[in-house]
Design a protein around this ligand. Structure first.
Ligand code: PLP
Length: 463
């Protein structure tokens, strides 16, 4: 058989000889065939419940008819038009809708193709604004460790992951980091409250150490994503961070790529902490819910106008604000608003938390449950008493994901910094989820964890 014939046969059977993956554990995955609502099917006809919305992206579920219609209608009209030559209506309408939902102080939107791009655009806008104001020394963006802001090189400079820094640090200017205000694994003599105060104080200390006149911004996820397993800080942390940024003229950027677009029960997670309102917000994932690559930077009018007045934002991509993606985003956000999915996320978040707490009470390997709305995670431990993590070679969360797939349950995880901060699984179903579906997720999750526990027991018995 020649190479082409082999490749074609391999692709038909679901295998591949051309693809490469981030992790070796992702190799033997089923081949997806179709999806509807919160269910997905593989080419062998097996059904899976989507308990993670993919990588916490498919917020309104799969196969939404309104979005599919908008997609086709826009593609028939005009799929692409360059921003250099045309304005387009979906771009205007989507900007109008998301800025109205985001509220005061975030009156302008700039659309890109994803979360990493959105964060880089936000940093560039912040920098250009500082230059416009004559604050040319401001160039450092402080971020949290652990924290995640994307995989492109600009984003890598603010990603708080020692592994990523070790490998890619030489290619970029690694930005200063402050500790993320963890609530479960705490340094000695701290509780969650005092540690959050310590972490905020660290931000101030780092700004002072770096030289306040050189610090441009502080970037953080208001509710953590994969890097921290849905970390939520005590309320006072958000207010303290805002005050510290104000004290030194530092812009506060919320990366709401995962937490935004309704996931935590409000359009922006920022709405939960009015005293910690950010200057800039980035969105992606849920804003197009997996139907098209789309991201956004939301910014105050005065900042955009200052930059526009000084010659305009020095930034753009071929696909920025393209009509097709914006029309799809518009249909997604309208669907979310008209079906009141944010309220459903808030209500179902409470139900999900109860079910996860019940699992934690029974399972010897669930040490913590945390999150907000439908952005939640369970932390996996080898020993609940000591909070010891499983040895790295066990790849516990990846094995649990496999056991979930075998049972028709889709979960999401990645071991940040090789488990240095612990390991967790995201449990983040689409915002359309019903109580009955949460019960199904909880039942399958309980069975999946029980299967992993049984593997641990049988290994111990063998030893
Ligand atoms: C908080 C956060 N920021 C940024 C990104 C990067 O977004 P993208 O993968 O769309 O570039 C992600 C992706 O998971 C994320 O969770």
């Amino acid at each position: 058989m020649n190479d082409l014939a082999t490749a074609s046969k391999s692709a038909q059977s679901g295998g591949s000889i051309q693809l490469f993956y981030a992790t070796s554990v992702a190799r033997n995955r089923p081949t997806v065939d179709r999806a509807d609502g919160i269910y997905m099917w593989d080419t062998a006809g097996r059904r899976y419940i989507d308990a993670c919305s993919g990588p916490v992206a498919c917020n309104i579920g799969h196969g939404n008819p309104r979005v599919l219609e908008a997609m086709i209608a826009q593609a028939k009209k005009v799929a692409y038009a360059s921003r250099a030559l045309f304005e387009n209506r979906p771009n205007i309408d989507l900007a109008d809708l998301v800025t109205r939902l985001a509220g005061p102080g975030l009156e302008r939107a700039f659309f890109v193709s994803g979360g990493s791009e959105a964060n880089e655009a936000a940093i560039k806008l912040a920098r250009q604004y500082a230059v416009t104001r004559g604050e040319t020394a401001r160039c450092k963006v402080i971020a949290r460790e652990p924290g995640y802001h994307g995989s492109t090189l600009g984003a890598v400079s603010v990603v708080g992951d020692p592994d990523s820094e070790r490998v890619f640090g030489a290619l970029v200017r690694v930005m200063p980091k402050v500790p993320a205000p963890f609530s479960y694994r705490l340094p000695p003599n701290h509780d969650a409250d005092s540690y959050a105060r310590h972490c905020a104080a660290e931000l101030e200390a780092v700004i002072r150490r770096e030289g306040p006149e050189t610090v441009l911004a502080f970037m953080m996820e208001p509710v953590g994503g994969l890097a921290t397993g849905a970390l939520v800080a005590p309320d006072h942390y958000y207010a303290a961070v805002r005050q510290i940024c104000d004290r030194y003229g530092v812009l506060l950027i919320f990366d709401e790529v995962m937490s935004g677009a309704g996931r935590t029960g409000t359009f922006l997670a920022a709405e939960h902490w009015p005293a910690g309102r950010p200057d800039l917000v980035t969105l992606a994932k849920g804003v197009s819910a997996g139907y098209t690559p789309l991201g956004a930077v939301l910014a105050p009018a005065h900042m955009v106008e200052a930059v526009a007045g000084a010659g305009g934002f020095l930034h753009g991509h071929t696909y920025s604000a393209n009509p097709l993606s914006c029309a799809i985003g518009l249909a997604v956000v309208r669907e979310m608003v008209e079906r009141d999915l944010m309220r459903n996320a808030a209500r179902m978040g409470v139900v999900l938390r109860k079910r996860l707490d019940a699992i934690k009470a029974k399972s010897p390997i669930v040490g913590d449950v945390r999150g907000l709305g439908l952005l939640q995670a369970i932390e996996i431990v080898a020993d609940k008493e000591t909070k010891a993590i499983f040895p790295a070679e066990r790849q516990a969360v990846y094995r649990i994901i496999e056991l979930g797939i075998e049972r028709g349950l889709l979960l999401y995880s990645r071991r940040t910094a090789n488990g240095k901060y612990g390991e967790w699984l995201m449990v983040c179903p689409p915002l359309i989820v019903t109580e009955a579906e949460i019960d199904e997720i909880a039942r399958l999750l309980g069975q999946t964890l029980a299967a992993y526990e049984a593997e641990l027991r049988s290994e111990r018995a063998l030893r």
